[in-house]
Design a protein around this ligand. Structure first.
Ligand SMILES: [Zn+2]
Length: 522
């Protein structure tokens, strides 16, 4: 235990990650001196930090796995290696043993004295893991009430609980993906994608990994194929999310990825994303003729769906159908049709267009037959067509490739290309060294703190370029040559994304590095 009066390693880490203030630490150390309690516990009791904050900061900074304890992942025999009184006093729990190594779940893994004592008493090498103090206490309370029945009986429940724990954590932290990866060393890795950054989140015992994969296969209704993907709805408390589960065979065993998209209601608002009302209105108006197509290009399927759904309601007074591979927006103004597999897109398009809908949207026309069908239908209907290509010239090239100059000229009304750019976390962004010297402009770089999940970024904007096809453009599209059209369009939309990105850099909202990553693809 750390000596009262000195901050110790835990205090330093919490200070360095801006999780607590110096004032809160001083107060906690004083209280710690009087009560002899652990520093983390005192901070939680004083309301300076949550238990989860403390555990997460520790696991992120020290790279110890963060373990959620449940009755069935703990080996009873291993728990009995140490006196119960000692476990209660130190807030630790040995959970499993492989060869000469024991894994010790600890509320404070910086407590070196306890690690040494456990090594001395057991004669084993101690691997530390971080666990919530309340989670350890709960396990200790249940120690004596655990029945003599087969411990395997509840294994399935433990797997489900463990998966649910990760889904809840990931949704709470706005993670977009969870990765469950086996490793050569044995201890599987769990990582979350937070603000586009992969963050190590929690290790779990090797034997639980197969169970998690099994749970995910069940959840998404995947068979036993070694490589497969399917979508499912997951529910955590009040929150419902669309989850795309992928299972991949690797040389060391199956790996799984869960992409998470919480469901939203109503039409999305693009203003917080940096797309002003005028742009949105102009795109809607481009569809006010007798028929025609609006192409929306963005590599990120979620952002693409958001843009499409924001434009739809104002673009038509009539019946709107939306064919979606990512059905996350729920809006009574739009008839939503789920596209389960890429092969279904064309027949579904024929169906929707054939029933006489006034406006039809499709979020993913990346397959050539889908793009051809969508552009062909826009000779007699209004269509909003989503595509992963994210630059205007490239999108125009896709259309010309699919249906040629004549159909493109008669159908295409406008093209919107969009790329998400991440915004710096305002709480921890750092001034870049040497910035502001010459032209007085400051530039910033991400650092990472608890507020941004140690990624340095919080939220994003979209950089856009839009091209509205003029009568002159139409003539040129019909006549060709294509190089001349591409050069002309490039000139019209050129440097637009860069200009928007530079404005964000100048306002200190994003970094130069992020700008070149997004615009140059660096
Ligand atoms: Zn931050």
């Amino acid at each position: 235990m750390s000596t009262p009066g000195k901050p110790g390693k835990l205090g330093e880490i919490l200070l360095a990650t801006s999780l607590i203030t110096q004032e809160q630490l001083t107060k906690a150390i004083a209280a710690q001196g009087q009560t002899g309690k652990r520093l983390g516990q005192v901070l939680v009791e004083q309301g300076s930090a949550t238990e989860d904050d403390v555990a997460w900061a520790l696991s992120n900074q020290l790279m110890y796995p963060y373990i959620f304890l449940s009755g069935d992942i703990i080996d009873d025999e291993v728990v009995r290696l140490l006196p119960e009184e000692f476990l209660r006093e130190r807030h630790v729990m040995p959970i499993h043993k492989f060869g000469q190594q024991v894994t010790l779940a600890m509320a404070d893994p910086t407590d070196q004295l306890t690690v040494d004592e456990v090594a001395g008493q057991t004669g084993l090498q101690v691997n530390r893991a971080v666990a919530l103090a309340s989670n350890i206490e709960e396990m200790l309370r249940n120690l004596n009430t655990r029945g003599n029945g087969s411990p395997r009986r509840h294994v399935r429940a433990a797997e489900a609980q463990y998966l649910q724990f990760h889904l809840a954590q990931a949704l709470q932290q706005a993670a977009t993906e969870i990765y469950f990866d086996p490793t050569i060393e044995g201890q599987p890795r769990v990582r979350y994608r937070l603000q586009g950054v992969l963050v190590d989140r929690a290790g779990h015992p090797e034997e639980l990994h197969a169970g998690v994969i099994r749970q995910l296969r069940d959840l998404a209704g995947l068979g036993q194929a070694s490589t497969s993907q399917a979508a499912a709805t997951v529910r955590v408390g009040e929150v419902e999310a669309h989850a795309v589960v992928s299972v991949l065979a690797t040389t060391v065993g199956p790996a799984a990825t869960v992409a998470l998209y919480p469901y939203r209601t109503g039409a999305p608002d693009l203003v917080p994303l940096g797309v002003d009302g005028q742009t949105t209105q102009a795109l809607r108006r481009s569809l006010h003729g007798p028929h025609g197509a609006l192409l929306i290009g963005c590599a990120d399927p979620f952002v693409r769906m958001t843009l499409i759904r924001a434009i739809l309601p104002g673009a038509s007074e009539g019946k709107i159908w939306s064919l979606e591979t990512l059905p996350i927006y729920r809006d009574s103004a739009v008839s939503q049709v789920v596209v389960g597999s890429p092969q279904e897109a064309v027949p579904l398009l024929h169906g929707a267009c054939g029933t006489g809908a006034d406006l039809i949207a499709i979020d993913d026309a990346s397959r050539a037959p889908t793009l051809v069908s969508a552009l062909e239908w826009s000779r007699v209907r209004h269509l909003v067509i989503g595509h992963p290509q994210d630059d205007v010239v490239g999108l125009l090239g896709q259309a010309l490739e699919a249906v040629g100059g004549a159909v493109t000229a008669s159908t295409l009304r406008a093209v919107l290309a969009a790329r998400p750019i991440r915004l710096l976390c305002p709480e921890c962004k750092e001034r870049l060294r040497g910035s502001g010297a010459g032209d007085g402009r400051l530039t910033f770089t991400p650092r990472g703190c608890a507020a941004c999940s140690f990624t340095g970024f919080r939220g994003y904007r979209v950089l856009t370029e839009a091209w509205h096809v003029s009568p002159g453009d139409r003539l040129q599209l019909r006549a060709g040559p294509r190089d001349a059209i591409f050069a002309h369009v490039g000139q019209v939309v050129g440097a637009f994304m860069r200009t928007q990105g530079q404005a964000l850099v100048e306002d200190g909202l994003t970094s130069l590095e992020e700008l070149s990553r997004v615009v140059e693809g660096a």
